[in-house]
Design a protein around this ligand. Structure first.
Ligand code: GDP
Ligand code: MN
Length: 383
């Protein structure tokens, strides 16, 4: 789950990270009043889950409350790169001498949390990692031992700081890691972390991504979810307890098990197709669970075919087949359906589907080929 900048600032501030004073506004008038209180010169920042808001026109430095009013009027209610702006953050502007990047990310291969620093703020870290990997300083913290002093100083001196400023950067790095671990994050970024002309390090932006699977133990964070920013189909799937991630292909996938779902997507891609989604409705499917999953996948207008890849372990193939037949009767999809069904009670399951004229594949590879062909045919018939 992504947090907004204003929320991330709230979480990070108690750890000793310094941010310029700021408040969120929901209307232009409110923004103007807040700007007046903050002294007039403020940054007006769209609160949307979008990297690179600055480049997309979501961040403006204003000199007067009147300018803030104009700017907030222009931003609120509009859409930047597909994200509707419902609130803006007003922050006191600071005089910047230099900008840095500081981030922490879950590093699976290294089995720890890797902190990254760069002497260029406002950068796109993924791009910098590709174009000039040597410009990024990396240290990996042990999740139990934390960041050692020498590692924190390695980061600070690596980005070119010395003396008190290096010690301050090192201490901020440790705070960032503490916040990362306490809140079960997968990513925390301060980009830019600015060195002011007074020699202080302040955060001019903050990004936090929380592991969804840890939200049960963070009720305060869970309440910060902005459902207006979420893919509507994903939000609906969550209500049904279905793991669904929307993608941009045309082959809708319904699979029991996350690993099989990933493998199915790989096989589709290996055959030259593209999955419209990841969908795992877990083991032990009950007949009544098939319809909601089918409904979610069908609601995606890009879907040209639906591929069911079902392995009957705990799940019984006949129970799934009954559920699918009921779902098809209820929802009457116009897109073709392909099913690969193996495992417990396979014979009975296939018999039920054959009777209902559902196309069956012998294996995943064949199912992918059939799905790609049917999607093409459906596309041609539609145009
Ligand atoms: P992003 O584009 O979504 O990462 O938005 P940011 O919040 O990082 O803002 C974009 C850029 O605006 C930053 O990289 C800074 O260079 C600049 N910026 C933001 N706040 C201030 C400020 O208070 N003073 C100055 N001088 N620049 C700022
Ligand atoms: Mn930024």
């Amino acid at each position: 789950m992504n947090l907004h900048e204003y929320q991330a600032r709230e979480i990070l501030a108690p750890y000793g990270l310094v941010f310029p004073p700021g408040t969120v506004a929901y209307s232009p008038q409110e923004a103007e009043a807040i700007a007046r209180r903050l002294g007039g010169k403020v940054a007006v920042k769209a609160q949307v889950h979008l990297g690179g808001r600055g480049k997309a026109g979501g961040v403006t430095l204003a000199d007067t409350p009147e300018q803030v009013l104009e700017c907030a009027e222009a931003l609120l209610g509009t859409t930047i790169s597909g994200h509707k702006v419902r609130k803006v953050l007003l922050t006191e502007t600071v005089a910047v001498a230099k900008e840095f990047y500081l981030g922490a990310t879950l590093d699976r291969p290294k089995k720890g949390v890797t902190l990254m620093g760069a002497c260029e703020g406002g950068i796109d870290i993924e791009q910098a990692a590709r174009d000039s990997p040597d410009s990024i300083v990396r240290v990996t913290a042990d999740p139990f031992m934390g960041l050692a002093d020498y590692q924190a100083l390695q980061l600070a001196t690596g980005v070119g700081l010395r003396g008190d400023q290096a010690r301050s950067f090192a201490s901020i790095s440790k705070s960032l890691l503490a916040a990362f671990l306490d809140n079960d994050c997968s990513l925390v970024e301060i980009n830019p972390l600015a060195l002011t002309t007074d020699g202080l390090l302040v955060g001019l932006d903050a990004k936090m991504v929380i592991d969804d699977n840890a939200l049960f133990r963070h009720p305060i964070l869970a309440k910060m979810r902005d459902s207006g920013e979420e893919e509507p189909l994903e939000a609906r799937a969550r209500q049904f307890g279905v793991n669904y991630v929307r993608l941009d292909g045309t082959i809708g996938c319904v699979v029991n098990g996350a690993g099989l779902a990933m493998a199915t997507m790989d096989v589709i891609q290996a055959h030259g197709g593209a999955a419209a989604n990841f969908l795992d409705f877990g083991g032990g499917i009950k007949a009544a669970e098939v319809t909601p999953a089918l409904r979610i996948v069908l609601a995606d207008r890009n879907v040209r075919v639906i591929l069911f890849n079902i392995f009957g372990g705990i799940t019984r193939c006949d129970v799934f087949a009954q559920g699918l037949v009921a779902g098809l009767a209820e929802l009457q999809p116009t897109v073709p359906i392909v099913v690969r069904l193996v495992g417990t009670n396979e014979k009975e399951g296939r018999r039920i589907l054959e009777e209902a004229n559902v196309q069956l594949a012998e294996n995943t590879s064949q199912a992918a080929e059939m799905a790609i062909r049917l999607a093409d045919q459906f596309e041609k018939a539609a145009t």
